[in-house]
Design a protein around this ligand. Sequence first.
Ligand SMILES: Nc1ncnc2c1ncn2[C@@H]1O[C@H](COP(=O)(O)OP(=O)(O)OP(=O)(O)O)[C@@H](O)[C@H]1O
Length: 393
Amino acid sequence: MSQKSEAQVLDIRGVNHAYGDLKVLKGVDLQVAAGEVICLLGPSGCGKTTLLRLIAGLEVLQQGTISIAGSTVASSSAHTPPEKRGIGFLFQDFALFPHLSVLENTAFGLVSIRSREERNNRAMEALKRVGMSAYAKSYPHQLSGGQQQRVALARALAPRPSIVLLDEPFSSLDTRLRSQVRDETLHVLKHSGVATVMVTHDPEEAMFMGDRIALMNKGVIVQVDGPVNLFYRPVNAFVATFFSDVNRIEGVVCQGKVATPFGALDAQHIQDNTVVDVLFRPDSLRLDIAQCDIHGVIGEVTASRMLVGSTLVHLRLEYCAPSCPMHVHARISGRFPHPDGTKLCVSLDPDDVFIFPIEDGDEHDCQPCCDVAGQNAGLNCPVSAHVPAGQGL
Ligand SMILES: Nc1ncnc2c1ncn2[C@@H]1O[C@H](COP(=O)(O)OP(=O)(O)OP(=O)(O)O)[C@@H](O)[C@H]1O
């Protein structure tokens, strides 16, 4: 390993990787600091596992460099084998050896320690950290899924690695156990001060676990940021739609504005005639049994469904009807008392709206349309759709 003086524990620069003609990673840069948990998130096939395998050394790097704790472990001319990279692994299926006890499993990666007693002490220390020391003599088949996961975490941490790599570590656990185990895992990782890279395809899990999230799409990191910025300051429609359901209105910027049922929204930063997505989350809509002012539009409840702690309300907006029928979802906290068919005033806080040019959209000429009051507003008539979370646009 060649020496470098890098402040970050993990430093990935300019990584490109292909399987035959399939370009899987395209110019990936990523840095991870000690004690930081970073989640690689993205749709199936975007390249998360390939990136993790390259960091681990399970895949030979084709282009770029990967440095760990200041040493280059992979480049076009160097490949440090996985066992010499100072990495701990935690896989989906935990990969515990069935014929070894919990203590023996945990001590497995400590071969560099000659003294058996010292190895066992170190393994016990790791088991204590995850609350499993009382099970040291048990075998994996005698443990629950959550206990097996804790042993696997102890085994990953026992050699005191600089980085732990976790590949969908909670996916084999049922929903209730999963939230408990991931909470415990987060505390253990943060307490140990190790740098962590975790692959997940679940946005909520990434937000729960990650100090930062690298959101990937088609082999590229689209945005790497803290969960709050990803949620409230998405760089494009893909990011905005990945973390929650959104309502989508397609419109055209005319005179620096885009027409919506909630009034003409400011889009000065986008060129006139550009086709745009206007995106807003269901919980950004306000529903009132009251007269609408210029910022609201009448909506008829077509259905409502109680979810955990909130209700999703389906609404048909009376906007330019029948030429622009609009279906939107609102999410209100707790129970929704109104039956289907109720007419409500639906309004939207303009600060909760994201407007992005549609990347492959054609330019449209501005055509006269109607405003909230049904008058000609000189703006294009938009169309609406609802985008489920995790799909991306
Ligand atoms: N060994 C391989 N040989 C050929 N193609 C591969 C190989 N491994 C992965 N791929 C392809 O590379 C692309 C990226 O795969 P990768 O497993 O990195 O994605 P991912 O984001 O982890 O997906 P998932 O969430 O479904 O696991 C996919 O199209 C996959 O089919």
